[in-house]
Design a binder for this molecule. Structure first.
Ligand code: MN
Length: 231
């Protein structure tokens, strides 16, 4: 096979404990999946989960023990952090039932769903797609993936984000409105999941702006810490 230009390099994420890497297929994101965050965004109640996507090459993969750099994106004056538990799919499938979801999970990582909040807000107001607010270049930082067997009981992990060493977001994965298994059930009824898919499962309350020079530290108990510098 010959191409008219070199095909893009495969996007990948390091895996804890091995030199092998996780090749990324798609990035799915869940909206408003913690009640306190839904409230701070002006919504209440348990609505069915909804999804949006980011391109695979929006990944900024932090290598183990090393912070990654995130260039401050164009067009925005209000770049927000959203710390999230990321589920890495290892076995694909469609119409997966929640009790079977664990069989499809390769592992977990700490991710940031970076958001150009001003542009997202404008699109919301006009009833237009969120792409410009959510799916921009470098919008999906992620730390190394921990295989599920080594991650422990992720459903009761603590999740947090600090900026410059000060708490911005802190909650428990148990506060998810839709659990990881329920999310996989909903998602796989709409799309056939593939190995390499990543699911950003939603952010707890406390989202806010970052500026160049900020150092972000995000964690989920049992997973490798994600460190990002905004440049
Ligand atoms: Mn999010």
């Amino acid at each position: 096979m010959r191409y008219v230009f070199a095909p893009p390099a495969t996007v990948s994420v390091p895996i804890v404990g091995t030199a092998d890497r996780f090749a990324v297929h798609r990035i799915y994101c869940v909206g408003r999946n913690y009640e306190e965050h839904a409230k701070e965004m002006g919504f209440t109640g348990r609505e069915p989960p909804f999804f949006f996507m980011k391109p695979a090459d929006a990944i900024v993969a932090a290598e183990p023990g090393r912070p990654a750099s995130l260039p401050y994106p164009s067009l925005t004056k209000n770049l927000h952090h959203e710390i999230e538990l990321v589920v890495a799919i290892g076995t694909g499938g469609k119409d997966i039932k929640a009790p079977d979801a664990h069989r499809h999970i390769f592992g977990y990582a700490v991710g940031l769903d970076m958001t150009r909040r001003d542009l997202q807000g404008e699109m919301k107001k006009q009833g237009r797609p969120w792409c410009i607010g959510k799916a921009f270049d470098h919008s999906a930082p992620i730390g190394p993936i921990t295989p599920a067997a080594q991650a422990g009981d992720i459903s009761h992990a603590e999740i947090y984000l600090q900026v410059g060493g000060l708490d911005r977001q802190r909650s428990q994965v148990s506060q998810l409105i839709w659990t990881v298994a329920e999310t996989i059930e909903h998602l796989s009824s709409a799309w056939e999941l593939q190995p390499g898919d990543l699911i950003y499962t939603g952010t707890p309350a406390g989202v806010g702006a970052v500026v160049p020079g900020d150092i972000l530290t995000g964690g989920v108990t049992g997973l490798q810490t994600l460190r990002i510098t905004i440049c």
